[in-house]
Write a protein that binds this ligand. Structure first.
Ligand SMILES: [Zn+2]
Length: 253
């Protein structure tokens, strides 16, 4: 009798959890209420999803840091470069002064193209001090010149504002340049590696696997200190590889 009840309870729980994979209950920073986080496979970075908003850990980590450091983020001017997914959807829904941009190589910079403002993160058309926050989510591995992008992001931030972002960070390795642009010509130094891109079915080429030098380079290029938030907390659905959230704040000096 007891074992039958047990089986029934466990069957009901499995049904609630979906396909019988394991996971846990917790609080999703994007949904902002209790949810179930489902583990769909061993690579938690992409396979540990909120069953409600379908977010993955790095988006929840980024949102947690934004909400903690800038609790009134809904009232701020936010620029997100290369948006996509439930975090971007939340910002678009809840922040009236959210401005998403994509880079379309064939469209004029500063103009609307396909519903998005066309901006090259390395050569932006925004005025100095335009934004309180700049968000980039796994963008810095895809840029041929991150030094230029950091300079531009810091230029377009107001004093007290910050660039809050994620990037795959190989913190115990040396930075690996996989590709570069020299005299306007793309050169591959390693076998080309592409990641998914919401506006290009061919994906985005990985130019750099950032290693241990990254925070020092950011500080040197941006002229402001960098703080790295590393959260590992299953109660927030945050676990897996590359969970770091980088914050480079433009001080008031
Ligand atoms: Zn969620």
């Amino acid at each position: 009798m007891i074992s039958r009840i047990k089986r029934k309870i466990s069957g009901t729980l499995q049904a609630l959890r979906g396909k019988g994979n394991h996971g846990n209950h917790g609080y999703c920073s994007i949904c902002e209420h209790p949810v179930y986080f489902e583990i769909e496979g061993p690579w938690l970075r992409d396979q540990y999803r909120c069953v409600n908003c379908k977010s993955i850990p790095r988006w929840r980590a980024l949102m947690s840091v934004v909400a903690e450091l800038y609790p009134r983020w809904r009232e701020l001017k936010i620029h997100e470069s290369s948006p996509g997914g439930p975090l971007s959807d939340k910002l678009a829904r809840e922040c009236p002064e959210y401005l998403p941009s994509h880079f379309f190589p064939d469209a004029p910079r500063g103009q609307i193209h396909g519903g998005f403002r066309c901006e090259d993160l390395m050569a932006q058309t925004f005025k100095d001090g335009s934004f309180d926050l700049v968000i980039t989510s796994d963008v810095f591995e895809h840029l041929p010149d991150v030094r230029l992008a950091v300079g531009e992001i810091m230029r377009t931030l107001r004093p007290g504002g910050a660039h809050i972002f994620t990037v795959p960070w190989y913190r115990t390795k040396k930075t690996l340049i996989r590709a570069l642009v020299k005299d306007g010509v793309l050169q591959h130094l390693e076998k080309p590696d592409y990641h998914g891109n919401p506006i290009d079915e061919n994906g985005s080429l990985v130019f750099t696997e950032w290693g241990a030098e990254l925070p020092f380079l950011l500080q040197q290029w941006g002229q402001f200190p960098v703080i790295i938030h590393t959260i590992r907390d299953r109660a927030l659905g945050i676990d897996g590889e590359f969970r770091e959230v980088f914050v480079q704040q433009k001080s008031y000096r």
